[in-house]
Design a protein around this ligand. Structure first.
Ligand code: ZN
Length: 475
């Protein structure tokens, strides 16, 4: 300032003194500092122009230094004005245009840092300076801790699973459970004496190997079947089945079923007409049940011998059997006394048949057969007459070519079965004489009918044009 004053030309001294005097006046009006400022600088004029703002600037500058300690911005703005730091008075001489924005920034900085400072009150300033990185570190640490916790949980679960499966395996141990064989049983299935056992079915399963049915070995011994199977661990199961042979024959007769050794190369499809005379009677219904069981039909040559069973005729017909007339009375003396008596007897029986079945029949069988010779003792030649008249009246009369032999007072199932089966090979078409008034005959049919079917014979009821098996009239 002094230099400036001494360098100025003398001509300017007066003006300078006047200006200085004015400035001093103005400065004394405004502030003592401004006067001081005017003393040592050529910037006196500028200082004189902003005396009030300069004071403010000083105040703001000192404030700025305070805030500089709290914020880098403050330090930066402070370092940006070294002149102000050197000398507080000099800094007060700054032009308003330079100091104002800096002050504003410091104020803003101070305002920004104020809440943080309040929040971190009591903390040392370096910690406050590192608050942001510290919180990031904390966040990172928290994430790390969470990740390691999750990993621990996963590890724990894996260990638990391994432990449980190990325990299970330990307790299961070696496979000691054998497979289970299950046998099926068909209801009412029995093996007839001449039959071979037909497998009713079986299955095998193992708790570890699953279905082992295919691996079952099956061997037949005398009267039972052995089923055997092993699982992969070598556990074996053996189950036996008693062959359900039909034992009723022996129970009924006390004898074994007759051995039937016939050689009938034409058996397959050979027609067998089973015919039953002299009923219906007490055993007829049982016979009908047997026929129904095997689905076969036969022929009944009916009589009026058992009026209480007359309604069996209806059942016979309804089941598809053929119904023919035998005789009402079966009284040889009466029916063979003359042809009128014979046809009267036949007509009365026809009425019963019509009443029971709803229709008449054109099938008939003479009592004793067309070849009977007993009639000769009552009326010679009557069979010749009656056989002619029968055909004239529209009847077909049937005899038989196989007799069961049950016409007498003695007999049994063995006899019936033997008589019939042994004669089958001798006939192209078999018309078999039986009597449903004989219990053993009806029982024999329970074995004979399945035997015939098993051996290929075709059991049918007689029709008008069926094989009549005429014996040939002998009277
Ligand atoms: Zn008879």
């Amino acid at each position: 300032m002094n230099k400036t004053t001494t360098d100025n030309p003398a001509a300017q001294n007066k003006d300078n003194r006047e200006q200085a005097s004015q400035a001093a006046k103005a400065g004394s009006r405004a502030s003592g500092q401004s006067v001081q400022g005017s003393r040592g600088s050529s910037q006196g004029r500028q200082i004189d122009m902003i005396p009030v703002q300069a004071r403010k600037s000083v105040s703001a500058s000192s404030q700025g230094r305070k805030s500089a300690s709290a914020s880098p911005q403050g330090r930066k703005s402070s370092s940006a004005s070294p002149q102000a730091r050197k000398d507080g008075a000099r800094s007060s001489q700054k032009r308003p245009s330079e100091s104002s924005p800096s002050q504003d920034r410091r104020k803003q900085s101070a305002r920004r840092t104020a809440p943080a400072a309040r929040q971190n009150r009591g903390n040392a300033s370096p910690q406050r300076r590192g608050s942001r990185p510290a919180s990031a570190r904390r966040r990172r640490n928290r994430i790390r801790r969470l990740l390691s916790l999750a990993a621990l949980i996963v590890m724990f679960l894996l260990c638990a699973i391994l432990l449980v499966s190990g325990i299970r395996r330990f307790f299961k141990g070696k496979d000691k459970v054998p497979p289970v064989i299950t046998l099926d049983h068909k209801e009412d299935y029995v093996v007839m004496p001449w039959q071979e056992y037909e497998e009713e079915g079986f299955s095998a399963s193992d708790d570890r190997d699953g279905d082992l049915t295919e691996q079952v070995s099956r061997t037949i011994t005398e009267d039972r079947i052995c089923y055997r199977v092993s699982d992969s661990a070598g556990n074996e199961s053996v189950v036996y089945r008693d062959i359900p042979y039909d034992t009723s024959y022996k129970e009924k007769t006390g004898k074994d079923f007759p051995e039937i050794n016939i050689d009938d190369p034409d058996a397959q499809g050979k027609i067998v007409y089973l015919t039953f005379d002299d009923g219906p009677g007490p055993y007829t219904e049982e016979l009908l049940e047997t026929l129904d069981r095997y689905g076969v039909q036969v022929t009944f040559f009916v009589t009026g011998a058992f009026p209480a069973y007359e309604d069996m005729i209806k059942k016979e017909d309804a089941a598809g059997n053929s119904v023919g007339i035998h005789t009402l009375t079966h009284d040889f003396e009466k029916i063979y006394s003359d042809d009128k008596a014979f046809w009267k007897d036949i007509d009365q029986m026809q009425e019963i048949v019509q009443r029971q079945t709803g229709h008449t029949t054109n099938l008939m069988r003479f009592a004793g057969g067309s070849s009977n010779s007993i009639s000769a003792s009552y009326t010679p030649g009557i069979m010749t007459l009656l056989t002619e008249q029968a055909q004239q009246k529209g009847f077909q009369y049937f005899d038989w070519n196989i007799s069961s032999g049950d016409g007498g007072s003695e007999g049994d199932m063995n006899m019936v079965i033997n008589n019939i089966t042994s004669n089958l090979p001798n006939q192209d078409t078999c018309v078999v004489l039986c009597h449903d008034t004989k219990e053993y005959t009806v029982n024999a049919m329970k074995y004979l009918i399945p035997w015939l079917l098993d051996h290929g014979y075709d059991i049918r009821p007689l029709q008008f044009d069926s094989e009549p098996a005429h014996h040939g009239v002998q009277n």
